[in-house]
Design a protein around this ligand. Structure first.
Ligand code: MN
Length: 260
């Protein structure tokens, strides 16, 4: 099995090295990752500047590695097209910090896996739920098991798996739950400050407010010290509203501007 490993924390992130090294036990691993931090960069792709693919020595990873000046989604496209054979599996991570609920929409880690799914390549994104003092071993171990499983059982089309692993020793993890996305909206606040020249600058701040975090959600299961695996589909259509909106918006008719 050929496995493409990428991330959004950048080529020098510890989680990337840990993931690549673990997956070498399952297949032939190739790393293509952004040259610098791209967290919360979402699903952007690069269309207006040339992309570079520079070989990088990652001795601890034990596999070939390339850094790009592109985004996580670019890394997946490059990894699928720039090498003699496309990968059989794309794995994105191990991200430092959870990606749950609507964070999936902002996450470069999840977006890389989604880009793979769009291109018909099985994929999963994997994150640990801490930004510092990360414990990567349980996530790396689970990534190996999941990769092995996906070499035998194909994922449904158009979907990827979003995995969140509690940041604790493996013996404290209670098991694996297949979940739905919860909701953890951020209360956005703006901190306005002034630079030494008197010009204003702004930082986003604010705290997460949990809206839907019960049992069966990614947030709830991770809080219960279980590994959360959410199947994510990129079709954002709100199917339950099509019929009622067709009764109202669907009946609007075009009129000439300023018409009677
Ligand atoms: Mn990240």
């Amino acid at each position: 099995m050929r496995i493409l490993v990428t991330n959004d924390d950048g080529i020098h992130a510890t989680g990337l090295t840990e993931l690549a090294r673990a997956l070498c036990r399952v297949g032939e691993v190739l790393v293509v990752a952004p040259e610098r931090q791209q967290s919360a960069g979402g699903h952007a792709i690069t269309l207006h500047k040339p992309l570079r693919l520079d070989p990088v020595a990652l001795p601890d990873a034990g596999c070939p590695a390339y850094a790009t000046n592109g985004t996580p989604a670019d890394c997946v496209v490059l990894g699928c097209l720039a090498f003699p054979a496309p990968p059989d599996l794309v794995v994105s991570g191990i991200n430092a910090g959870a990606n749950m609920g609507e964070e999936v929409l902002y996450s470069g880690t999840a977006s890389a896996a989604m880009e793979a799914a769009i291109n018909g390549v099985p994929a999963f994104a994997i994150s640990v739920t801490a930004y510092s003092d990360c414990i990567y071993e349980p996530a790396a171990g689970f990534a190996v098991q999941l990769a092995q499983h996906l070499s035998e059982v194909r994922l449904p089309p158009d979907c990827f798996l979003n995995v969140n692993v509690p940041n604790c020793p493996v013996e404290e993890i209670g098991g694996v739950s297949v979940t739905r996305l919860g909701r953890r909206s951020y209360v956005n606040e703006l901190s306005r400050r002034e630079d030494p020249h008197g010009r204003a600058y702004y930082w986003f701040t604010g705290e997460a407010a949990e809206i839907d975090s019960g049992p069966g959600t990614d947030i709830g299961e991770v809080a219960a010290n279980r590994i959360s695996v959410t199947p994510v589909h990129f079709d954002l259509t709100s199917y339950s509203h099509i019929e009622s909106l067709d009764e109202t918006i669907g009946r609007l008719r075009l009129e000439a501007p300023g018409g009677k």
